[in-house]
Design a protein around this ligand. Sequence first.
Ligand SMILES: [Zn+2]
Length: 280
Amino acid sequence: MQKDQLLTRRRALIAGAAVLGAVGAAGTARVLTADPAGSPVRAPVAGGPQARQALKPSAYRLEPMTGFAPPRRTPGKPAVRREPIMRVSGRGRTMVLTFDDGPDPRYTPSILRTLRKHDVRAMFFVCGEMAVDNKDLLAEMADDGHVVGNHTWTHPLLTELRRSEIRSEIARTSDVIEDAYGERPVWFRAPYGAWNRATFQIGADLGMEPMAWTVDSLDWTTPGTATIVDRVEEGAAPGVVVLSHDAGGDRSQTVRALRDYLPELLDSGYHLTVPHRQDS
Ligand SMILES: [Zn+2]
């Protein structure tokens, strides 16, 4: 896809994403948690089938332990949502950093180095066509404890595709992630934040929860490193999910901004972490 075409489509979708954001912020069932200690914690939930599901005892507690192997948790198919998850719930000042569209060997390694320097885990919503040529970077993400999510194969506007095409875009990407990262993804993010019923259904059928974001750094508009830093720091709040990009254009501002805002967020007492899905 041409870069300017990408930008135009993204601009056209900002309004739609903002509406989705408002709906999400109004408060719905949230079954995920983000616990800095790394163990799943029951999140407060309200209403809906997901809430009832989340209140059931965790399946892994009921599984018999065999030998000395750790208990195995096989994520089931999540319920089909009507809107994506926009925030995380967790103890204290928890935030999640997400990087989309990569991996890109020009920028992703720098981002990984900065995260490693500060011992911080993040989420990478990768595109299959990028991942297939950069499997080493997905392996590095796995080694460092980052979470890799599915961002489709070619970054299309899914709302313009047939169901079979949507499924192909998503399933192929899960396959390459499993190959390179070692696990199938349990999180999915629609390109441009353009969700519809088919994407929610297919994502859930492939074992993934839909995740959007709370704060858009708008780094893809290359507004300058300082502006990206300002947007992230001004948007910082407990439960916030930040959207940035490690591919899709010149992302050197994104790389530099992370080096600035990450230590400052940590100094302000934020836990930058990754979510744990609550499997029923
Ligand atoms: Zn994207």
